[in-house]
Design a protein around this ligand. Structure first.
Ligand code: APR
Length: 258
């Protein structure tokens, strides 16, 4: 651990000379935009459910309207917010370095909305859909219903099975190829910038450790120490919307004086 300005300088230095940077983000990145984490969102009528009832295949089969209503509710929460300065800084950083890939656990699509062009969504995207029985991709627009309760899902236009969000539910495998690419990137990156994750949910939590053991400089941005903090090179304590712009400003200053 180092002092804040010393840590910031070290992060800027490592990023400025890096060929490949991975920015690994978690729910704290979305929370900065006002999107509650899964657990925080479970309030009101949703508080009584176990997450296993709201985010598993079994839960969806048991009560498609409850699960579809839950994701409609969360889509509504996301639609009322927008990417913050930290998302914009990550997109800006991509234009300043040779290669930058975002590997996110978040399902809100805010990195893409803010301009990042290479985003690996480990847990899918809440505004992308497929059918339950055959994973048929659902291209039709699925409007957000103005209702905070259970809602019957549409049927797949190809096979009629219920439409579900294209997100990774508890007990499901990550999309094929996504984790392999994420691990390849972790092994080959020069810097991994880990933002807003508690480091408790595998396999995402393992990526910073793979990066560190492969020789990368791992920089963590978090409002509080996480399960990763004792194993990173630089810990910058603070909000993503404040610290990320500071990092990018430092990289821009260094490039301007180079
Ligand atoms: N800026 C930076 N960090 C923040 C901010 C912020 N504004 N707000 C909160 N944090 C930090 C918290 O200190 C915490 O360490 O973000 C982290 C959020 O941790 P979790 O809620 O456990 O989120 P995450 O690590 O992404 O794991 C949640 O559950 O819903 C699934 O797909 C999701 O895999 C993810 C897991």
């Amino acid at each position: 651990m180092t002092g804040k300005s010393e840590g910031l300088e070290r992060a800027v230095e490592a990023i400025s000379v890096a060929d490949l940077i991975v920015v690994a983000t978690g729910a704290g990145m979305s929370k900065e935009s006002g999107i509650p984490t899964f657990r925080d969102a479970q309030e009101g009528l949703w508080a009584k459910y176990d997450p296993q009832q709201l985010a598993t295949r079994q839960g969806f089969r048991e009560d498609p309207a409850r699960v579809w209503g839950w994701y409609n509710y969360r889509r509504g929460l996301i639609a009322r917010t927008e990417p913050h300065a930290g998302h914009g800084s990550v997109a800006r950083l991509e234009t300043l370095v040779r290669e930058l890939v975002v590997v996110t656990q978040n399902i809100d699509g805010f990195h893409q909305q803010a301009g990042s062009t290479d985003v690996l969504e480990l847990h899918g995207n809440i505004n992308r859909f497929k059918c339950l029985d055959h994973d048929h991709p659902i291209e039709l627009d699925v409007p957000i219903a103005d209702c905070d309760g259970p809602l019957s899902p549409p049927g797949c236009p190809f096979c009629g099975s219920p439409v579900r969000p294209d997100v990774v539910w508890y007990g499901e495998m990550l999309p094929p190829g996504v984790l392999e690419r994420a691990e390849r990137l972790a092994r080959s990156c020069d810097v991994m910038l880990v933002v807003g994750t508690s480091g408790m949910v595998q396999p995402a939590a393992g990526l910073p450790l793979v990066a560190r053991s492969s020789g990368a400089t791992v920089v963590e941005v978090n409002t509080d120490p996480s399960h990763l903090t004792t194993q990173v090179d630089v810990f910058l304590q603070g909000r993503a919307g404040i610290v990320l712009p500071q990092i990018v400003a430092g990289v821009e200053r260094r490039k301007a004086s180079a």
